[in-house]
Design a protein around this ligand. Structure first.
Ligand code: FRU
Length: 485
């Protein structure tokens, strides 16, 4: 299919029922579907939205275009969970059915307010000339999952000096105020993060200023800004599109960045003592991460595994992208640590025998290993039995370097942006690793989450094999097959 604009923005009700039936049939044939990661039922998934705790359960939504593997008319699909691992899909919660969001219910967040959940999102509204008129909208969700959209926008227009690129409100509460943190582009084509505030969540909302952390340029647009507090220190995650490599180097088409400070100055909306900008993920496919401070004190994050303006081989099967494992965020000596939720352990079904030279690895598995200091060697998840090629992790613990190469791990993805990623590790030190494999996605967590690399792979169906080359000592390998959810 070649997807015209008219098809992408066709109202949902005008799609023949057969479209979803056909997509489901195609998808049922796929060996790239995930066993335990969140994936779209049909069509395209992008940003996580509204991640929160409400009504005794974890709540999560995702951006969805259900009718094909492309970016089109978006809605929010609602998921709930008791353990941050098993998610029940409750279907669409926000549909683009109002004049305030008729070209798409775009990204946003959620905050419990008394006995209801308040959703704040960007309504994508386009005029006849296809100009955007972004609206920041509100909706209430009851404990019975009844949604009522507010009839007027919370913020009707971008503020003076801001272009049509103004979206992705993150709602947080501080003291007597509700705050909304938004991504924006100024008329000089620079990216910024703006802050609005209101006494009452339904408004009136007024601009409070710009969220700052030094004076580095943030490219031409910032998407999905997200502020959380870990040990009272601010951690801001955001997606600075077009940022200069001098400020933040990334091999990806679009990066997901973060900055940590020692305090947040609410009066001036300033991160005090900001760290240099860093990549949230050193891999291939993490974007639009959403994080929140949970009522139990945890700080939790979840990422879109997929990048804007990027096609993936599963498009041919009628679906695209997924979400990462939920990750716990911590600070250790001021450095961010991201680790997958521990409930993941409940999926372990069978311990893998990894003592032989070449071991069988199920396509849904978890491997744990220690690479001792002063080693140079490669772990290969062999995916092509004939050539012996696959996903390679090449560790150099002499110089403190890791190269993850997916060039021989099946059908290519975004190859113009390179087929390997390099991460820096402590020089001359051992490295611990946890590798999650789920048919067409991997997440690699190193040194207790100090470095994370995530990526898609489109290999032949498993089981695969694990081989190691170059190491002169044992790697202390352990592994488990992981069940499907
Ligand atoms: C980020 C993004 C957001 C927008 C949403 C639309 O991936 O472009 O800025 O709200 O996706 O689906």
């Amino acid at each position: 299919t070649s997807w015209t604009t008219a098809m992408r923005y066709r109202p949902y009700a005008q799609w023949p029922a057969q479209q979803l039936i056909d997509l489901r049939a195609k998808i049922a044939q796929s060996h790239w579907r995930f066993g335990y990661h969140i994936q779209p039922t049909t069509g395209l998934l992008n940003d996580p939205n509204g991640f929160t705790y409400f009504n005794g359960q974890w709540q999560l939504f995702y951006q969805s275009f259900p009718f094909g593997p492309v970016h089109g008319l978006k809605s929010w699909v609602h998921l709930v969970s008791d353990d941050l691992l098993h998610w029940q899909n409750l279907g669409r919660a926000l549909t683009p059915d109002s004049p305030l969001d008729q070209q798409g219910v775009y990204s946003g967040s959620a905050l419990p307010v008394e006995d209801r959940l308040f959703l704040m999102y960007t309504g994508n509204v386009r005029d006849q000339q296809w100009q955007r008129h972004p609206k920041q909208n509100g909706a209430w969700l009851t404990t019975a999952n009844q949604v009522t959209k507010l009839v007027a926008p919370l913020i009707s227009d971008p503020p003076t000096g801001v272009t049509e690129h103004f979206r992705d409100p993150q709602l947080i509460r501080h003291g007597e105020w509700y705050y909304a943190i938004l991504g924006a582009q100024k008329q000089d084509q620079t990216g910024h993060i703006l802050v609005y505030r209101a006494r009452d969540v339904t408004g009136p909302w007024h601009i409070a200023g710009e969220l700052t952390f030094g004076d580095q340029a943030l490219g031409y647009m910032v998407e999905c800004p997200n502020l959380v507090f870990i040990d009272d220190r601010p951690v801001l995650t955001f997606c600075p599109q077009g940022i200069s490599p001098d400020v933040l180097a990334s091999d990806n088409r679009y990066p997901n960045a973060y900055v940590v400070g020692t305090a947040f100055d609410w009066e001036h909306l300033r991160i005090v003592n900001p760290s240099p900008l860093r990549l949230l993920d050193a891999g291939f496919d993490v974007y639009a991460t959403q994080a929140f401070n949970a009522p139990d004190g945890q700080v939790l994050a979840v990422s879109w595994i997929g990048l804007p303006d990027t096609t993936y081989p599963s498009d041919q099967e009628g679906w695209a992208n997924g979400l990462s494992m939920v990750k716990t965020l911590r600070l250790c000596h001021g450095e961010l640590r991201q680790t997958p939720v521990t409930s993941l352990e409940t999926l372990r079904t069978r311990r893998l025998a990894l003592t032989t030279e070449s071991a069988s690895i199920p396509a849904q598995s978890e491997l744990q290993f220690t690479i001792p200091a002063d080693q140079q060697g490669t772990l290969t998840i062999v995916m092509n039995q004939v050539t012996g090629a696959g996903l390679t992790l090449t560790f150099d613990t002499v110089h403190g370097k890791l190269v993850v190469d997916r060039s021989a791990a099946g059908a290519g993805v975004a190859v113009d942006y390179g087929t390997s990623r390099t991460a820096t590790l402590p020089v001359g030190q051992a490295v611990t690793g946890q590798l999650l494999l789920d048919n067409s996605v991997f997440e690699l967590y190193l040194n207790d989450g100090a470095t994370v690399l995530t990526g898609r792979l489109f290999p032949p169906a498993g089981p695969w094999q694990l081989t190691t080359t170059g190491f002169t000592v044992a790697l202390n390998l352990q592994g488990w097959q992981l069940a499907s959810i």
